[in-house]
Design a protein around this ligand. Structure first.
Ligand code: AHR
Length: 617
């Protein structure tokens, strides 16, 4: 029996070795015969939708900018099993990097995670679950749905209105997100009703047939919203055939070319569309950065979607084909908050260093710790007429006025680190972290530590109303809500500072030291302050009270190594290089993502000792 097992293992090992050797020979032959340095595999979900055809065309065009690469294309024809086979074939040939435009997120997540263990993977358009990939590039589909809902409401006005929603593939991630965003707007307007929701698989002819049937049932429809322009063309054919001239149609994608969304809007066939960039050219550019071992590669880039109507379609087309201008001397004005943490110190140093390295003029203003202080700094920079203003918003709300002033002054705005709830027409790009995910990660680590024991939590929050405070709280609560033995028994802000965090916990422990066994701090400085308070109260951090932080500072890792802090979730402050790159792209007239999310890690007792000397802050 054992002999058979050993023989089987030996044969398997030899077979795997042969496959590796063959694929190495194949890839070496491709590289030699083509004279290239890198081979990139591109797995496409299907080529029956114009948007995906456009994606591949973009990839082909962008790849021509690089003489040392070859792209090997696979088309899954909408079949997830075929896409799995395609990906395995690309990997077995030995491609250096995989770009995959996903057909079914859930079913392909395990395979993408597996491939990511051996080669870099760029996920395009539909995300996979989790974070096992090098980079995700895609749209904000919920925002597209919200924008579409707002346009439908505008088109209907105060009258009573009936709407047909036409979806792509049922339950696909973009359909769910777009529909959620769309319905979140419609439900706020009682005069607008969604009469029918149709599923048409992203296809024009299917949309035409199904809409025809619904309109025969009830012609009294005001607006048809289709999740892509291809189905919008089908809607138009249905409406035209039935002679119904008063029905308005809006779509999504905004592709160029005949019968593309931009063409349909300029002909008045569509009342509007929302651009949904494919990310193809961005994928090739980032693939080259990854293959050339560049360091500051983001984890996610979310591409901006713009509303296109008859009013702006020509301006949009002119800008789209405008050549980027030569990089000229630019001045960035930065409105920084007075430092409250080691994180902020590192953030400022990163910005100043990157500006110096890139030869960019930086007017760095640092004053105060309130929104009013920050607005004063911004207005001074507007007066100075800098080219780009960047700042880390103290709080999430209340920025429309000063952002509109910057826009009216022709100054581009980059939100560095934190986001705002102002419309993204008032700013160009947000470079930062996924604070909600940071909160989720903190909660998941707590679940691992305590499992089904009773956990009573003191939540030590950042400055109230800031994006990290709001979103870290939301992410943490989203995870623990299903565990009734996890309770937040007290919440107070420590304003992200060591001293404030210490004083808050010190005061609490004077009377209620038995009421908590966990402190969840929204940053490491407050976590370390809490630890000092715990020790001064005669308690043992890590034993009597478990402390979790966020940021991943060197001091936090040292505390973890000492067994005092339990863990910290990285929030990367080193945004300088990405900020300078994005500002330069804006000044050269290039499109930039609406959101760039950093790659971030988790530090526990298992990896802090290995990582501590690598920490740059
Ligand atoms: O916006 C990021 C947060 O701001 C960091 O987590 C915190 O340390 C800083 O004050």
């Amino acid at each position: 029996m054992i002999k058979h097992f050993i023989k089987y293992r030996l044969y398997l090992f030899i077979l795997i070795l042969i496959i590796i050797v063959i694929s190495t020979i194949k890839i070496v032959n491709i590289k030699k015969s083509e004279g290239v340095e890198f081979v990139i595999g591109m797995s496409q979900a299907n080529l029956t939708e114009p948007w995906r055809i456009s994606m591949n065309k973009e990839i082909i065009a962008q790849a021509k900018q690089y003489k040392n690469i070859k792209i090997v294309y696979k088309d899954a024809g909408g079949d997830t099993n075929k896409q799995k086979k395609d990906i395995n074939e690309l990997v077995s040939v030995g491609v250096d990097l995989l770009i995959v435009s996903i057909n079914d997120s859930k079913k392909l997540t395990p395979l993408v995670s597996e491939v990511y263990k051996t080669i870099p993977v760029i996920v395009l358009d539909r995300a996979v679950e989790g974070y096992d990939y090098s980079l995700y590039i895609g749209p904000d589909n919920e925002n597209i749905g919200i924008q579409a809902g707002n346009l439908v409401v505008d088109l209907i006005g105060e009258n009573q209105g009936k709407v047909i929603e036409v979806q792509g593939v049922l339950d696909s991630s973009p359909v769910i997100a777009r529909s959620n965003g769309f319905k979140s707007v419609i439900k706020k307007h009682p005069n607008v009703k969604i009469f029918r929701t149709i599923v048409s698989e992203w296809q024009r002819d299917e949309a035409e047939d199904k809409i025809t049937e619904v309109l025969k049932e009830d012609k009294d429809i005001n607006v048809i919203f289709t999740h892509n322009d291809y189905m919008a063309l089908g809607a138009y054919k249905a409406v035209y055939k039935l002679g119904l001239k008063n029905i308005k149609i809006i779509g999504v994608d905004g592709l160029t070319g005949e019968n593309g969304g931009l063409d349909l809007v300029s002909k008045g066939i569509l009342q509007g569309t929302f651009t949904c960039k494919t990310g193809g050219s961005e994928a090739i550019n980032y693939a080259m950065e990854i293959l050339n071992k560049k360091t500051d590669i983001p984890k996610k880039t979310i591409l901006k979607s713009e509303k296109i109507t008859m009013e702006n379609v020509n301006e949009y087309l002119n800008n789209k084909f405008k050549k980027s201008v030569e990089k000229k001397d630019i001045t960035i004005g930065y409105a920084q908050l007075t430092s409250e943490s080691k994180w902020r110190d590192a953030n400022s140093i990163s910005i100043k260093t990157a500006a110096k390295n890139d030869g960019i003029n930086l007017d760095f203003r640092e004053y105060g710790y309130t929104q009013a202080d920050q607005k004063k700094l911004i207005r001074d920079l507007i007066k100075k007429k800098v080219d780009v203003i960047a700042f880390s918003p103290f709080v999430k709300s209340g920025w429309d006025d000063v952002l509109m002033e910057a826009k009216n002054a022709g100054i581009s705005v980059i939100l560095s680190d934190r986001s705002v709830d102002s419309d993204d027409s008032l700013w160009n790009c947000n470079i930062g972290s996924d604070f909600i995910e940071e909160g989720r990660r903190a909660a998941r680590l707590l679940l691992t530590r305590f499992k089904d024991k009773d956990v009573n939590i003191f939540e030590l929050q950042g400055n109230m109303g800031s994006a990290p405070q709001i979103e870290r709280e939301a992410g943490f609560k989203e995870v623990i809500k299903d565990y009734h033995n996890y309770k937040i028994v007290a919440t107070e802000t420590g304003n992200f500072s060591f001293e404030n965090g210490k004083q808050v916990i010190k005061k609490f422990l004077k009377t209620r030291s038995k009421d908590i066994n966990v402190v969840y701090a929204h940053n490491d400085d407050m976590a370390l302050g809490a630890i000092e308070a715990i020790k001064e109260a005669g308690l043992v951090p890590g034993k009597d009270i478990v402390v979790i932080g966020i940021d991943g500072t060197r001091e936090a890792l040292l505390s973890i190594i000492k067994g005092e802090m339990y863990c910290t979730i990285e929030c990367n402050p080193l945004l300088g290089p990405q900020l300078m790159k994005t500002a330069s792209q804006i000044m050269m007239g290039e499109d930039v993502p609406v959101k760039i999310v950093n790659a971030e890690d988790i530090f526990t007792e298992f990896n802090s000792a290995k990582e501590v000397n690598n920490r740059l802050y």
